[in-house]
Design a protein around this ligand. Structure first.
Ligand SMILES: OC[C@H]1O[C@H](O[C@H]2[C@H](O)[C@@H](O)[C@@H](O[C@H]3[C@H](O)[C@@H](O)[C@@H](O[C@H]4[C@H](O)[C@@H](O)[C@@H](O[C@H]5[C@H](O)[C@@H](O)[C@@H](O[C@H]6[C@H](O)[C@@H](O)[C@@H](O[C@H]7[C@H](O)[C@@H](O)[C@@H](O)O[C@@H]7CO)O[C@@H]6CO)O[C@@H]5CO)O[C@@H]4CO)O[C@@H]3CO)O[C@@H]2CO)[C@H](O)[C@@H](O)[C@@H]1O
Length: 592
């Protein structure tokens, strides 16, 4: 049965002209290096063809047109592993985050013409797909289990029409309060209503301030939401998504499900919230003082034989520096048995939270040709100070002698989930020296840990950037040791999602640089519609593997040497500002 729709021409130059178009009945057709061949409904023909097709994978030609070709005419069919194919193994797909409010608070897909125009521009720029938040607060706003997916269905159909793939975020958090949040989309009203009578359903800091961004981990298994627990609500939502989007899932439109596991959709505590007064680069605060988590901690301390241990009371406030607190300062509490006990508990709670919800996600999407993914935040400030305070308050128990990220990666591996890390664009030299930032080393550590755990590792930029320096850093992290002309590089990111689509991005100069970035991410190859061509064929999701024991997770905290990293990308792009900026920096460092 001939049922797919791409033709692979593997000999460079065989078409004679790079403007040549091959017409084919349905589906996408491309040429790996020379040019993209657009597919138009109709009969197979190659107008203006001067050469012959030297290598065609006959199994990939639709039945309707197969008679046009025969293997006799194409003696080299299904052969060559060519330069093009080897270069395609270096291809890193690029996705773009859609605007946060693309579906309005009242569940309407409002500005369809504009989005259509923008999606077409992205597609023409070679972008592989888009990422979109599927807000809990919008879809289940009317009441428990009263889901309305209609606006999202219209959006997804448009994305499909535009020939883009889709990464769907199960956004169980509020939008609003994070950097770049231009709209506010609260949790469902009826959930907030429960919070009015029981405010402990929200994360709480030591002073008792509640955070309505996301439900506390403490209620994961409390059946207080009209009889359901928080995890059951997330699970039902994902099941309903699968049922209502099954056609898009089957069509291969939705390639991954980013499972929201905390604020901003990231697996973390809301330790650095602007709406509570945090400003960069404050160390943030622990968020475990709601009655549910407090009770769980008491029980854990009791079981460990220390009923006298309580939650930290010396960890400072949002905008402190590590040195100004007893907990994170020199010989601080974090180094004591009591401190270690707390930090282990706090970080393990987070991992278990992710593990449980991913297990539900795995059940919900079992058998679908889709990948699960989880986002981990890039907490790069105070990374170079001994106590890593900002990471610790976020729930990442990461120190020089303890890896806080590899246990997360190990947990994700049992669900076949992608590890999606942020702040790929950041360089140490761009950061405030007093905040002891280390985004470059952090990315190197985290990505290496993911690869060591045999995971697919993907990423995002944390802040909007339009300059070549930001793009070059992303390119470096995507292939830390550059292009491998013999095939797939040992370390290569699975994909990068650019934050975010905006009028600013589409402005002439910005978009020109962005397009070059996309091309470089694609290893200078043309857009490739066929995931299989660059080893991203997605199989049916299998059931999660058995849960790791605490010992197995602890074993992953042993620090390991990160993989080597190039100084700069071998796929560099330059724009005017980038060149000038680098020159100024050079001059500046000469006179320092
Ligand atoms: O749709 C999916 C989700 O999208 C959103 O979540 C994403 C979030 O937006 C991302 O930032 C990212 O989240 C993490 C990130 O991984 C962490 O690294 C961290 O971010 C912190 C960052 O690393 C720190 O450096 C610091 O940033 C401060 C920055 O260093 C300062 O320079 C300044 O930023 C200015 C910026 O310089 C300036 O150009 C301007 O930029 C805005 C621009 O004007 C505007 O046109 C528009 O393009 O937006 C630009 C903002 O990007 O203003 C900036 C802000 O004043 O201040 C920065 C903040 O003080 O602190 C960062 C933390 O605040 O934490 C992030 C959050 O966890 O990945 C998220 C997940 O994809 C939504 O929030 C979600 O709801 C969506 O689900």
């Amino acid at each position: 049965m001939l049922n797919t729709t791409s033709i692979v021409c593997s000999t460079q130059g065989c078409w004679g002209s790079d403007k040549l178009r091959l017409q084919l009945c349905g589906g996408a057709v491309f040429h790996p290096t020379i040019h993209r061949i657009e597919c138009v409904q109709g009969v197979v023909k190659a107008p203006g063809q001067t050469g012959r097709i030297s290598s065609v994978d006959i199994t990939k030609i639709p039945k309707a047109v197969a008679s046009e070709f025969s293997t006799d005419e194409m003696p080299e069919a299904r052969t060559a592993s060519t330069y093009d194919e080897r270069m395609l193994a270096n291809y890193v797909p690029v996705y773009v985050m859609l605007q946060l409010g693309v579906i309005s608070n009242d569940n309407v897909f409002e500005d369809r013409p504009k989005i259509e125009r923008q999606l077409k521009e992205l597609r023409a720029a070679g972008v592989d797909g888009v990422m979109v938040d599927v807000w809990w607060g919008i879809v289940e706003s009317k009441g428990p289990k009263q889901y309305d997916w209609s606006a999202y269905r219209s959006l997804f159909a448009l994305v499909q029409e535009c020939g883009l793939k889709l990464q769907a975020i199960m956004s169980f958090h509020r939008c609003g309060g994070n950097v770049g949040d231009v709209v506010t989309i609260p949790l469902p009203k009826w959930v907030l209503g429960i919070g009015e009578t029981d405010p402990d359903v929200f994360y709480t800091n030591r002073k008792g301030n509640r955070n309505e961004e996301y439900l506390t981990i403490g209620v994961d298994s409390q059946p207080i939401f009209h009889g359901r627990t928080a995890v059951q609500m997330y699970s039902d939502y994902m099941k309903s998504f699968r049922e209502n989007m099954s056609d898009f899932l089957e069509a291969g439109l939705i390639i991954d499900i980013e499972v929201g596991l905390g604020p901003a959709g990231e697996l973390r505590y809301p330790s650095y919230t602007g709406t509570q007064g945090w400003i960069f680069p404050g160390i943030g605060e622990f968020q475990c003082y709601d009655k549910y988590l407090e009770a769980e901690f008491k029980e854990a301390a009791m079981n460990a034989g220390h009923p006298e241990w309580g939650l930290p009371d010396n960890a400072g406030e949002y905008n402190d520096t590590p040195a100004s607190t007893e907990f994170f300062g020199l010989n601080g509490t974090y180094l004591t048995e009591k401190g270690k006990f707390f930090l282990t508990w706090y970080s393990n709670k987070l991992i278990n939270h992710g593990d449980e919800i991913l297990d539900e996600a795995n059940k919900a999407f079992l058998g679908c040709k889709v990948k699960l993914a989880a986002k981990i935040a890039g907490i790069h400030w105070w990374y170079k100070s001994p106590s890593h305070a900002a990471e610790l308050t976020s729930g990442y128990y990461n120190l020089k002698n303890r890896d806080g990220y590899r246990p997360i990666a190990r947990m994700l591996s049992r669900h076949y989930a992608i590890f999606n890390f942020t702040c790929l664009e950041m360089r140490n030299s761009e950061q405030r020296a007093d905040a002891k930032c280390g985004p470059q080393e952090l990315v190197q550590q985290v990505l290496s840990g993911g690869w060591r755990e045999q995971l697919e590792v993907a990423g995002e930029n944390a802040l909007s950037r339009y300059d070549s320096n930001g793009y070059n850093q992303i390119l470096l992290n995507a292939r830390p040791n550059g292009i491998n002309k013999d095939g797939k590089p040992k370390q290569i990111m699975y994909g990068v999602t650019y934050l975010r689509l905006s009028d600013e991005l589409l402005k002439d100069k910005n978009f020109k640089t962005f397009k070059t970035f996309v091309k470089k991410m694609h290893a200078d190859q043309d857009y490739c519609a066929d995931l299989g061509m660059y080893n991203h064929q997605i199989g049916s999701l299998e059931r999660s593997k058995p849960k790791f024991t605490t010992e197995e997770l602890l074993e992953a905290t042993k620090p390991i040497e990160p993989f080597p990293w190039g100084e700069e990308t071998d796929m560099k792009i330059d724009d005017f500002e980038g060149v000038i900026g680098n020159l100024i920096r050079k001059l500046f460092s000469m006179f320092k």
